[in-house]
Design a protein around this ligand. Sequence first.
Ligand code: IPM
Ligand code: MG
Length: 360
Amino acid sequence: MSKNILVLPGDGIGQEIVAEAVKVLACLRDDYGLDIDMDEALVGGTAYDATGTPLPQVTVDMAKEADAILLGAVGGTQWESLDISVRPERGLLGLRKELGLFANLRPALLYPQLADASTLNPEVVSGLDMMIVRELTGGIYFGEPRGVRELENGEKQGYNTLVYKESEVDRIVRVAMDIAMKRGKRVCSVDKANVLEATEMWREVAIRVGSEYPEVELSHMYVDNASMQLVRAPKQFDVMVTTNMFGDILSDCAAMLTGSIGMLPSASLNEKGQGMYEPIHGSAPDIAGQNVANPLATILSVAMMLRYSLDEPEMADRIEKAVEVTLDAGLRTADIMSDGMKQVGTEEMGDAIVGALRNQ
Ligand code: IPM
Ligand code: MG
């Protein structure tokens, strides 16, 4: 039976980059017999404009039925003045929560062809291959109570709550351990156990789960030190596991080690292995509609989808190979451009990947 993919372009450059990833999927379907069908739905600011909510119920229903979801990005300056409860970001957070996508895998892999594109010295980053496992449906992003209240003296006070249950920590650490078993067998759990009780408990649970994986070397790091170590000596890391907010911050940092945030895909998985796949960058409203955005993070997200949700590892290999061939040929979007390379736009990059796929 064919697998159903729900395509959610979202906002800003989401529209352009997803269009290129869809071309790649269509090529695998038409030329290599990948048995899929694709539907499209609205999320984010575009959904708000069309329906009054950033996450229409029909989108949630289609997402729950789909075998996998491909998402572009959400957000944009024109929606920033909306009430926080209907901002585009709420569409994304709602999807994560509704589908129980608690495990966010964010690889940071440096393509040798892009060693010069990083702002760090090539010797610091060359060969970098790490995986950030970010908890995605808990922590301060979803904790209650939250809001802005008025104090007795009339001053406003904003508040959010960092909460984790043992079971939530247990399952995300387990995901990290399982991934580490297939990689370098090292997990670094990042917390702020010296200050925050919730993450002191996080560390205790991590140690407990870790003891079930005697082959995996488990270490712990405070988040401030982890951010420093990421730019000082990133190759010390194999798998990093951390809370929702720390993971949000550290994964942007890790992305930049690889030259451009435009290169990195991500997978968000639930307990059934159902997944949502998206580039880790945002909607980049400043360059939207100009055919300059890098579609490779989204195209590589399709590769992750084929591997983690559709059980088509050979198709995933095909995409990754096509990306390498295209980079070897010197094609670069503006964000990864360097001397002697050929600068291309979003569509040309997508077409080049499709061309490389056809030539395999
Ligand atoms: C991410 C993004 C989102 C997050 C935003 C858009 C809600 O920054 O996926 O990293 O904070 O999780
Ligand atoms: Mg982020």
